[in-house]
Design a protein around this ligand. Structure first.
Ligand SMILES: *Cc1c(COP(=O)(O)O)cnc(C)c1O
Length: 365
């Protein structure tokens, strides 16, 4: 029997989505780095991206990039989480590009690159207000760039970049993109040559591109989320972009098995303390309703809000680490033990499910 739960990965959907992204970007003079971290670095996904015109494959984890490299991806690999000093020796052997923000790390990177006998390409990060990695002041970025250019061997200053719409939720507006373009020009002035790469951000930076306000100076985006989720990507739900409505939202589908069906009260009976995760939950009394328990839980996918039930009329109401309660009172279909229920997924659920050892991944081409 097929092992459950199963995460079905539809590679044709991923390729359709990535081709749309590389198409939009190509029209704006932008190259795409395909980010695979949300799939825990599935090498097959990297191969999809490469075949759809991604010019780099990127991840925030070295072990994922190592896997991608072993699968025979030909385009250069890009490490997008500013690296630990302790992983530099490994990093220069696995990938050719990395994002950087610290002088001490860059000095250690010089030693690592020289001892491995390679030239490693760096993209220096500018923090434009989202408050994650990068030089906050323009002068700081220019000084760091000048140091790399003039003083460090074995390291090539390939460009600068920024990250927005992350820990600080800052939107990649035209103003922020112009700020990045301005920093790139300042660095070019200081080093006396053009930079190859000006990297304008992640999926959220498709907004200025859709709006036609992306400055021509920006020539790289690092894209993950929108390819995996299409219209289910929260960013686009919240800003309501039309362009994305034609993308596929079924590249990742979770199949879970029913282990109990019953009609039970919807409000717990007894004195209420805390739930399985130590949280005080709020329950709405909707009377007795028909429901199913599925053999999958928060240990696998994280948060019930990241599951999008495909069974019409059903709703996920509660979950423990290993159980998910599905309200099926309003469903036309009758569910029985052993039946399969399907869910489309939001980003964090894909991230967790691909990493869960309980979940079998089934790939379709
Ligand atoms: C995760 C990440 C990306 C990709 O972001 P998406 O929203 O998945 O497109 C790009 N750049 C950096 C630095 C990241 O950490």
């Amino acid at each position: 029997m097929k092992k459950r739960p199963t995460l079905v990965v539809d590679h044709s959907a991923l390729r359709e989505n990535m081709s749309m992204v590389t198409g939009w970007c190509r029209d704006a003079g932008i190259d795409v780095a395909g980010v695979v971290k949300a799939t825990t670095g599935m090498a097959s996904v990297a191969l999809d991206y490469e075949s759809c015109g991604a010019r780099w494959i990127a991840s925030s984890r070295l072990e994922q990039l190592a896997r991608v490299k072993d699968a025979g991806v030909k385009v250069p690999l890009l490490m997008i989480r500013v690296p630990m000093i302790s992983e530099l020796d490994e990093m220069v052997r696995i990938c050719d590009y990395s994002l950087q923000s610290e002088l001490d790390t860059l000095k250690a990177l010089e030693r690592a690159a020289l001892s491995a006998g390679v030239t490693h390409n760096v993209i220096l990060m500018a923090d434009l207000g989202d408050l994650r990695e990068g030089c906050f002041e323009k002068e700081e970025l220019v000084d760091l760039a000048k140091y790399v250019e003039d003083r460090l061997d074995g390291i090539h200053l390939a460009g600068i970049g920024t990250n927005l719409g992350c820990v600080g939720s800052v939107k990649p507006t035209e103003e922020k993109m112009l700020m990045l373009a301005d920093r790139a020009e300042a660095v070019e002035q200081a080093i006396g040559r053009p930079l190859e790469i000006v990297s304008g951000g992640a999926t959220s930076s498709l907004m200025p591109l859709f709006d036609g306000v992306m400055p021509p100076k920006i020539n790289m985006l690092r894209i993950g989320a929108i390819v995996f989720c299409g219209p289910n990507e929260d960013l686009f739900t919240c800003y309501g972009r039309q362009e994305v409505s034609e993308m596929r939202d079924d590249a990742f589908v979770l199949e879970a098995e029913v282990i109990e069906t019953n009609t039970k009260p919807t409000h717990p009976i007894g004195e209420l303390g805390v739930d399985a995760f130590g949280k005080k939950a709020v329950y709405t009394d909707r009377g007795r309703r028909r429901r199913a328990i599925l053999a999958i839980g928060r240990a696998d996918y994280g948060d019930i809000d990241d599951l999008i039930p495909q069974l019409e009329g059903s709703e996920v109401t509660m979950a423990s680490g290993d159980h998910t309660i599905l309200d099926i009172e309003d469903c036309k279909e009758i569910l029985r033990v052993g039946d399969i229920v399907r869910f489309k997924l939001k980003y964090s659920a894909i991230l967790r499910l691909t990493a869960s050892e309980n979940v079998t991944i089934e790939e379709r081409n």
